[in-house]
Design a protein. Structure first.
Length: 304
């Protein structure tokens, strides 16, 4: 089947309905475009779960703050279409902003609690924008499965909660973080890094791996696990926005004076120049920063 490109809500909804009417199941991979190997790993996983796959390409303005990188966020529609066709995608949804947000729109989807800490604390309103656009996409697509990466762990939990709370007919599948050969998580924002910054960014996976090794040896003191990451970031002169240990489900932070349990989310956001990168591991679940075949192939793909 050839790749079908839709730019309006009505056309995309009709195309999704047609797939189900033909007896096929539908998988959705929501993205903001500028697709890389991490996105394509999500697409390949969706194809394992569903007969047909749709990919949305939409840089969502409501999840960017006033001083964030909306205007310079990378866009490459032609390249995205080529990648999707090569990976067997059936549908592409690439709408203009006016198609997703009416000029007088006044509705936001708010998921409380899960959005209070981590990236939510530093980016007020961000997850309201995420929850709103994801709910809109799910309303258009209809019964389906949707794949999200664990790199955006807080986003994953927010989406899982809104689907549960709003009784949406979508099953959420989580895909492990896709990494480059040296462990750095694949991200569209890696393209902003200079070669020197890219080398310094390796401190992020090093710090997470150091904490994982400490946890595996029996370390449970929250402050020690946190500082093992902060120390690596500091040595590489990265600005840590946060390094937080939290409950993997509620995202409630672990007190630094206390101890973690059998599992704990270790999440961070760090800045390198004007570029903000995030990453995480779940201690007690992940024992290594596994580099997939996609990640190995992608080494050097997002930086000079």
């Amino acid at each position: 089947m050839s790749l079908e490109l839709c730019s309006t809500v009505s056309d995309f909804r009709d195309a999704c309905d047609a797939i189900r009417a033909s007896g096929r199941s539908l998988g959705l991979v929501p993205t903001m475009g500028a697709l890389h190997s991490g996105h394509m790993a999500l697409v390949d996983y969706a194809r394992q779960q569903a007969s047909s796959v749709a990919v949305s390409l939409f840089v969502n303005p409501t999840q960017f703050g006033p001083n964030e990188d909306l205007s310079r966020y990378p866009r490459d529609l032609a390249g995205d279409l080529e990648k999707c066709e090569a990976h067997g995608v059936s549908l592409i949804f690439a709408p203009p902003a006016s198609e997703m947000y009416a000029s007088d729109e006044s509705t936001r989807v708010v998921v409380r609690g899960l959005t209070d800490g981590l990236c939510g604390a530093a980016r007020p309103g961000h997850f309201d924008g995420v929850a709103t656009i994801v709910t809109k996409l799910f309303a258009v697509v209809g019964p389906s499965i949707a794949v999200f990466g664990r790199k955006d762990y807080q986003q994953l939990k927010v989406v899982q909660r809104l689907v549960r709370d709003l009784l949406l007919p979508v099953r959420i599948f989580a895909h492990p973080t896709v990494r480059e050969a040296d462990g750095l998580a694949l991200s569209s924002r890696n393209a902003y890094l200079t070669q020197e910054q890219r080398q310094r960014a390796r401190a992020i996976p090093r710090g997470l791996l150091r904490a994982m090794h400490s946890f595996a040896r029996g370390e449970r003191r929250a402050v020690v696990l946190r500082d093992s990451v902060r120390d690596e970031l500091g040595h590489a002169h990265l600005e840590a926005e946060y390094v937080t240990l939290a409950d993997p489900e509620s995202l409630a932070p672990v007190e630094l004076g206390g101890a973690v349990g059998s599992t704990a989310l270790l999440a961070l956001a760090a800045r390198i120049g004007s570029t903000r990168l995030i990453d995480n591991v779940v201690l007690g679940e992940e024992t290594a920063l596994s580099v997939s075949e996609e990640g190995s192939k992608a080494e050097g793909s997002e930086h000079a």
